[in-house]
Design a protein around this ligand. Structure first.
Ligand code: HT7
Ligand code: ZN
Length: 875
């Protein structure tokens, strides 16, 4: 595999004005005929002396049957098949190119290009999957109008593609034929095709200008009762995008299809979104609140791409965050408006701190706009998505909501129908507001997580309060020197009685400081008492903030901060500090000290009946082992597990009666609704239940057993089952898991979470059990959801068992990655992630993990996907 550099970008030599495709579907021999109107690109880099350049068409795993130019077969000396594509010499600036190829969807296990999922044909073309369908300039800056005809046997009554259906009929031999026309020019990565025996639910949406849009959601018949929530989410998203961004939907139809085999969550193909079934199908009996909220967010995300991604797309894949960062920011704001804003922010920041910060500090570290890659599929990362969204959020914070909207209006207007860059986005934000984001641009270029050290000084005599910030970004692979960033830091001050202090004459209670230098001080005047600072409110920048709070100060912030996010963050800081101290005690062989400050804090939080229960649940949730691992300079997996288990069980024991009171108060019998209020109530109730069961007391386990048996909704049932599996006797857990499987074996999504619950359980998910799950009849190595549930659940969410002393967890993962690479390289290269950070572990683990990685490297020819991750991790 070779490295591709942003600096080498060149505009395409040829454009494709029209693309006509004909698919004659057969599982092992699908014929694809393309008719392309090719035209020399007037903006291409020209070398007139040399005549017209060759036309390069990407193509992988295709059987070339014929090529014709302007109706005449192209002689063999005019084209050459090479690794990865086809080179044609035509010597005309404009021509009609006709190519016929044959492909075998049935044997496509990579789930890129055209493949079969439970007998249904479907496509995944982003980023470079279209080249597995036909020869084509498969790059996002080649935008074309597509017409697609699909021919298939009558056993595939539903034949879908992008745009509007313009024709349908039957062929002479009785097969079905449908033609779709998409009037919006698009890159090949947004192409989609679906063919199957599907049912659908239908609705309509009237846009702000009064147009009626038909909405259809297609699934296999058995899932037709699980579409309502996605449909409601879609309509809410469409309205929100009109109201908040002024964006109206543009086609007369919008379709969603659910497929069981899918590498990611969903795909925003123009007018025909394709979803992983787990990210679209839900009913109260089968899906948890978390699944309901995830579906709402992903439906919104894909819908929002219609503007931020499809109407305005990326010039090249280095600009991926242009559409992904912006769209994640848009979907996060949507979810915040639909649910609890603070809780949504807490969830997003937790993901960022746990996984993105780790990525930023690891061998695959890259900027939001990378400058090189080997395999683009490896760059659908937390940095591109989540940190990219944080960068957009900072622009929103710096400019303010109204100015941001002016900027996004200009961006959409200026670049509609174009393939553009992150720079174009920033320029639109500047031009619309006469703003200067020159230094801010460094966020797009610099990898790594900045560390922000803060000190304060109070001058009682002059009533001034000074905050001094020092920023520093550690070196990352290929980037030794880092420059100071423009960091917006939102700050509030608390007085001794807990009131928010005025920060200036206009009585404002919050201020955003704009850090632009390595060290910078800001002085506030008229501060008549020593304040307690509430720093980086709402996590106003993706940095690690260090301030020397005392335990008492953290407890005070937990009680009084008006910023809900920082209230939670104070609790996390206290928990992380306590866990850190206990790890030290554990390593020294000392007796572990009871975490009294944390118990006091949790007790106070539990008593706050007027606080949003969802926020209380988050405050009572300890940082995960993965997040703890991110804190120190060296990971000691055993100490992390010991400290965390000790704190959890001590809190559970000390506050048992408080948890019980709160549990009973929240345990109302009412019909399930996925509303923010009810979800909040269930989340706190089930947090209390987990702590109660953590005591191991019989009465608590009986409570879980009763909740499990009541079977009111999947949220409560699976929380009760998870508690029984984690804290109940082994025999009880086995019995409950078996009866649950018996009841739900027909439901793919429930079976997936049943797998995940077992393999991620610290007490139940031993390697032996995980191996048994791999041989379970419902497990399929070719299905990414099942792989993520069983192997991912073990390697990414079962810290205790995965890091077993004998290193068998690492060897197991290496075996699975090697087996998967031959089937699905994208999944293999994602799954290897837990092995990539070996340098951060203690010597013994580091050696074991490195050994497992080396074994993968030496296992034969790796896919480019896996090769990139493994080779970068070993250097
Ligand atoms: N834009 C979509 C990306 C995607 C993808 C990328 C690589 C391999 C498979 C994939 N499936 C979907 C998803 C999104 O961000 O909305
Ligand atoms: Zn996206």
């Amino acid at each position: 595999p070779h490295t591709i550099y942003l600096k080498d970008y060149q505009a395409p030599d040829y454009l494709i004005d029209r693309t006509e495709l004909l698919f004659d579907l057969k599982p092992n021999a699908t014929l694809v005929t393309s008719r392309l109107l090719v035209r020399r690109n007037p903006d291409a880099v020209k070398d007139d002396e040399a005549g017209l350049p060759a036309l390069w068409l990407d193509g992988i795993d295709l059987e070339l049957l014929s090529i014709a130019v302007d109706g005449a077969l192209l002689p063999a000396q005019r084209f050459r098949e090479e690794a990865g594509g086809l080179s044609l010499t035509v010597d005309k600036p404009e021509f009609l190119l006709e190519i016929q190829t044959r492909i075998a969807p049935e044997s496509n296990t990579s789930l890129e290009g055209l493949y079969l999922s439970n007998g249904m044909y479907c496509t995944q073309c982003e980023a470079e999957g279209f080249r597995k369908i036909t020869f084509y300039p498969d790059r996002p800056d080649v935008m074309s109008v597509f017409t697609t005809t699909i021919v298939a046997p009558a056993t595939y009554p539903v034949l879908l593609s992008n745009g509007n259906k313009v024709d349908s009929g039957t062929t002479e031999d009785g097969r079905l034929r449908v033609t779709w026309e998409d009037p919006f020019a698009k890159p090949s990565y947004l192409f989609a095709l679906v063919a199957g025996d599907l049912q659908y639910v239908e609705d309509t949406f009237t846009t702000c200008s009064g147009r009626n849009v038909k909405l259809q959601l297609f699934t296999e018949a058995r899932n037709i009762g699980k579409c309502a929530h996605a449909m409601t989410s879609l309509k809410r998203s469409m309205r929100w995008d009109e109201e908040v961004y002024g964006r109206e939907y543009d086609l007369d139809i919008f379709m969603i299809v659910a497929v069981d085999h899918f590498n990611m969550g969903a795909m925003e193909n123009k007018g025909l979104n394709i979803f992983n079934s787990a990210c679209v199908l839900a009913s109260p009996e089968t899906a948890t609140d978390t699944a309901f909220q995830r579906i709402e967010a992903i439906v919104a995300h894909e819908y929002f791409h219609n503007w931020s991604g499809n109407r305005v797309t990326c010039r090249d894949w280095f600009q991926l965050s242009l559409k992904e960062g912006f769209t994640v920011f848009r979907d996060a704001e949507f979810s915040a408006d639909m649910n609890s804003r603070a809780v949504k922010r807490i969830e997003d920041v937790t993901l960022l701190r746990t996984a993105q910060f780790a990525e930023d500090a690891g061998p695959m570290s890259h900027p939001v706009r990378p400058d090189s890659y080997m395999e683009i599929s490896n760059f659908y990362t937390l940095t591109i998505y989540e940190k990219g969204a944080e960068v957009v959020r900072m622009i929103h914070t710096i400019l303010g909501a109204e100015a941001f909207r002016r900027g996004s209006d200009l961006y959409f207007e200026r670049h509609d129908g174009c393939a553009v860059t992150c720079e174009d986005f920033v320029v639109a934000m500047e031009d619309a507001n006469n703003a200067d984001l020159k230094q801010f641009r460094r966020w797009y270029d610099q990898a790594g997580t900045p560390v922000l050290d803060v000190q304060d000084e109070y001058d009682a005599e002059n009533a001034t309060y000074t905050l001094t910030f020092h920023q520093h970004t550690p070196a990352t692979p290929g980037q030794e020197e880092k420059l100071p960033l423009h960091i917006p830091v939102a700050v509030g001050l608390l007085g001794a009685n807990g009131d928010a202090l005025a920060l200036d004459e206009s009585d404002s209670k919050e201020k955003v400081f704009h850090l632009t230098e390595a060290t910078q001080s800001f002085t506030l005047h008229g501060i008549n008492e020593r304040p307690l600072p509430s720093l980086l409110r709402g996590f106003s920048a993706p940095v690690k903030l260090r301030f020397d709070y005392s335990n008492t100060q953290l407890l005070f912030l937990m009680q009084h901060d008006t910023d809900a996010f920082n209230r939670w963050d104070a609790c996390q800081r206290l928990a992380l500090r306590t866990l850190e101290q206990l790890q030290t005690q554990y390593r020294a062989g000392d007796v572990l000290e009871s975490p009294t400050a944390l118990i006091d804090g949790f007790s106070a939080v539990l008593g706050h009946t007027e606080l949003d229960p969802a926020l209380v649940a988050k405050m009572l949730t300890l940082p995960s082992a993965q997040e703890m691992a991110e804190q120190g300079s060296e990971i000691d997996a055993e100490a992390i597990v010991a400290a965390r288990e000790f704190v959890r069980s001590t809190i559970a024991g000390a506050l048992k009666s408080r948890f019980l009171t709160r549990y009973h108060a929240l345990d109302e019998r009412k019909a399930y609704q996925p509303t923010a209020e009810d979800i909040a109530q269930r989340s706190l109730k089930n947090t209390c239940l987990a702590y109660l069961c953590n005591t191991g007391d019989e009465d608590a386990l009986t409570l879980a057993q009763a909740q499990f048996e009541r079977g009111e909704n999947m949220t409560d049932v699976s929380a009760a089952l998870a508690a029984l599996v984690e804290y109940g006797a082994e025999g009880v857990a086995e019995e409950r898991l078996a009866s649950f499987y018996q009841q739900w074996q027909h439901d793919t999504q429930v079976v997936e979470s049943w797998f995940g619950m077992q393999s991620s359980s610290a007490s139940f998910g031993s390697l032996g059990r995980v191996r048994q799950l791999l041989s379970h009849p419902a497990f399929e190595l070719k299905n990414p959801n099942k792989v993520r549930a069983v192997i991912g659940g073990f390697a990414m969410r079962n810290f205790k068992q995965f890091h077993r002393e004998d290193g068998s967890g690492y060897e197991f993962l290496a075996d699975q990655v090697i087996a998967l690479d031959g089937l699905n390289p994208q999944i293999a290269s994602r799954l290897v992630t837990p092995l990539t950070r070996w340098k951060k572990y203690r010597a013994r683990e580091a050696e074991q993990i490195q050994g497992a990685l080396k074994r993968i490297a030496d296992s034969g020819e790796l896919s480019p996907d896996l090769y990139e991750v493994v080779s970068k991790s070993l250097t």
